[in-house]
Ligand binder design. Structure first.
Ligand code: FES
Length: 106
């Protein structure tokens, strides 16, 4: 791992995103959410592709997060919609943890 890889931006300490939680952050002019699910961190757009509602307060289970507005579920790994009414995927970002800090490639 190249610690000086400029693509990665430190966003939040890992301690601020406990397992089972999703936290929204602004970075690089984008609304991003960091989702901690079963020991892994995922970074995705914090905006549903259906009607542009924030996702970070949605329910997370079995590798997906559900939109709180109309219930579309998105795969945490790929950003693909698993259920409607959303049809389009949301963007995903590479993540790494360095010295307890979550870094995302934007
Ligand atoms: S805004 Fe997310 S499902 Fe409608």
């Amino acid at each position: 791992m190249d610690r000086n890889d400029a693509r990665f931006t430190p966003l939040l300490p890992l301690d601020d995103v406990p397992d089972g939680k999703a936290v929204g952050v602004e970075a690089g002019g984008r609304a991003i959410m960091l989702c901690h699910f079963e020991g892994r961190i995922h970074a995705l757009d914090n905006m549903c592709s259906h009607a542009q509602e924030p996702l970070a307060c949605g329910r997370m289970r079995l590798g997906w997060i559900a939109c709180p507005a109309h219930g579309a579920r998105f795969d945490l790994e790929t950003g693909e919609p698993l259920t409607g009414p959303a049809r389009d995927p949301i963007a995903t970002y590479k993540v790494r943890v360095v010295d307890g800090m979550i870094e995302v490639a934007l």
